[in-house]
Design a protein around this ligand. Structure first.
Ligand code: GDP
Length: 548
């Protein structure tokens, strides 16, 4: 350890660079890091394309990622596998808009990958919630919003697809408030819908933005008419204008006025109506993100809170993605910068391994192409290629032991026992599962009472992906079988003696270690779990766990 701390001091000298605290503060202030949360098909991909188009990051929409053919069908998981190379590049997109640097983190929409999605949300400072206005709040929307709530992430809402027949806008707001339990502050209000969609009224600016079916042009502008009482409106939409005036009066009276504090506290969401495919309402969303959403804030680490404007570099890994080429077991660790200034070639310390690394090969994610990053500040994401020594939750710094907190693992809902056809491959199996476990592709449990291996996932598709990767990357032909396990809980107990008693009791038969060495209880049924909890009130059964 003595040697390690010497190295750490060394690292600070090596990376001492010319960036001043003032420059760092300035760079942090102009950054916005966000993710899009939505139920599949609400329009996340379309919106992503339009945001990039708008910022000038890409010329033509439609290049964000390969269209997800049949992505809901389990049998098509191979497609997902093939697209992994593409999705690495589109997992993080950085673009500039109005002299700000915007980082958009992709949240995989497939429900079987929701664990990954959840962790991505720990790395954002705000979220954009896209709702299909014909459908309203859907199951994935609820789950994702609850994850945002764990950190009080501010949320901007887009009611999408207003060019279609939608549900009544007031009813949509009401649903958001009652189902998602978040206050709604409409910022724009729709005029008509579907074939008679005329545009939106901006409640804060008293302006009407006229809808025109979309184009792929980045500089597209929509005509603006000032003032809801403007007589021009009576000429233009004699039929709709009275209704609009009535509704607006109602909305002003009945809904919450926009309150930035409440938004930043995650209590209130500003709501916009638009149509992603028509490029309509996108500028308003981007402006809200720049004007209202917060720049990167302070992050909690075990020993203290880290301010983004501190000079030394620090960050944590929130996602690991395998590279496409199965011959090379390279992965990219996605690291969110939490403080300081990162420069290519600098030395940083991998705290869990107490090891210093020189980062000469690093990827950043400018729009659709991968580029060599020269520098990064808090809120930015950098990709660190590695051969499997980096794990989700790992923290990096210039030497200080800053283990960041709040990066969750979720208790799996599905379980499989693993068997292999060729017993000589047992070592490869263990190695493969260890690595896939660290990558977060699957959770691996080793029961204490026997030599089986148990896999846990939040969706069944994960098992198929893991079977294929074991075969392709580790040469292991594994068979997954059903188990009698119904749920898992991580175990902690402040009283060491009691924990030992617990392990020796009949409950001990249900205990296992996960890939990171944590103790877990694998319950055979809901009743079994409840009884164990009742019998051992001082033992805590956790539904989530953090880093090792
Ligand atoms: P994702 O699953 O959330 O990424 O959704 P996509 O962006 O792939 O969109 C799902 C479908 O909705 C696609 O067929 C889109 O063309 C369509 N779509 C997206 N936005 C709009 C919109 O504003 N209006 C209409 N009519 N269709 C839209």
């Amino acid at each position: 350890a003595g040697q390690a701390s010497e190295q750490a001091t060394d690292a600070i000298e090596v990376s001492a660079n010319n960036v001043s605290l003032e420059q760092i503060a300035n760079e942090v202030g102009r950054r916005r890091t966000f993710g899009i949360i939505s139920h599949p098909d609400a329009g996340k991909t379309t919106l992503t394309e339009k945001l990039l188009l708008f910022s000038g990051a890409i010329q033509l929409a439609g290049t964000v990622k390969g269209r997800k053919s049949g992505r809901h069908a389990t049998s098509d998981w191979m497609e997902i596998e093939k697209q992994r190379g593409i999705s690495v590049a589109s997992s993080v997109m950085q673009f500039e808009y109005r002299d700000h640097v915007v980082n958009l983190l992709d949240t995989p929409g497939h429900q079987d990958f929701s664990e990954d999605t959840y962790r991505v949300l720990t790395a954002v400072d705000s979220a954009l919630m896209v709702i299909d206005a014909a459908k309203g709040v859907e199951t994935q929307t609820i789950k994702l919003l609850n994850v945002c709530r764990m950190r009080n992430t501010p949320i901007i809402t887009l009611m999408n697809k207003m060019d279609r027949e939608t549900r009544d806008p007031l009813e949509l707001l009401d649903e958001l408030e009652t189902v998602l339990k978040i206050q709604c502050a409409p910022v724009t209000w729709p005029i008509g819908m579907g074939k008679s969609f005329r545009g939106v009224y901006h409640l804060l600016r008293d302006e009407i933005l006229l809808f025109a079916p979309g184009s792929e042009k980045a500089d597209q502008t929509f005509e603006v008419i000032k003032g809801i009482d403007n007589p021009r409106l009576d000429e233009m939409f004699p039929r709709e204008i009275e209704q609009l005036r009535m509704e607006v009066e109602l909305v002003h009276g009945a809904s919450h006025p926009f309150d930035k504090e409440a938004f930043l506290a995650g209590v209130q969401t500003p709501v916009f109506f638009g149509s992603a495919i028509n490029n309509f309402g996108i500028r308003e969303i981007l402006n809200a993100l720049i004007d209202w959403a917060q720049p990167p804030g302070a992050r909690d680490a075990t020993i203290r809170t880290v301010a983004p404007t501190e000079k030394p570099f620090s960050g944590f890994v929130f996602k690991i993605q395998a590279n496409m080429d199965p011959a090379h077991r390279d992965r990219i660790a996605f690291l969110r910068v939490c403080s300081g200034h990162f420069e290519r070639g600098m030395k940083i310390k991998h705290l869990r391994l107490n090891r210093e690394i020189k980062v000469s090969n690093v990827v950043t994610f400018m729009a659709s192409s991968r580029e060599q990053v020269e520098e990064a500040f808090a809120g930015d994401i950098i990709g660190l290629p590695n051969h499997g020594n980096m794990q989700i939750g790992d923290s990096f710094s210039e030497g200080e032991p800053l283990q960041f907190t709040g990066i969750p693992y979720f208790a799996p809902d599905f379980f499989r026992a693993v068997r292999i056809r060729n017993p000589l491959k047992i070592k490869q199996l263990h190695k493969g599962l260890q690595q896939l476990g660290e990558e977060g592709a699957i959770q691996v449990f080793k029961p204490i009472s026997n030599s089986d291996l148990v896999l846990g996932g939040v969706g069944v598709l994960q098992f198929e992906v893991v079977a294929s990767r074991l075969m392709n990357e580790y040469g292991v032909d594994a068979v997954f079988e059903g188990t009698s396990i119904s749920s898992a809980r991580w175990i902690t107990c402040a009283d060491k003696k009691m924990l030992a008693d617990f392990e020796r009791s009949s409950a001990g038969n249900y205990l296992a270690h996960d890939a990171a060495g944590n103790l877990a209880y694998l319950a055979s049924s809901g009743v079994n779990l409840r009884l164990a909890q009742e019998r051992w009130p001082l033992v805590t059964f956790h539904e989530t766990r953090e880093h090792a």
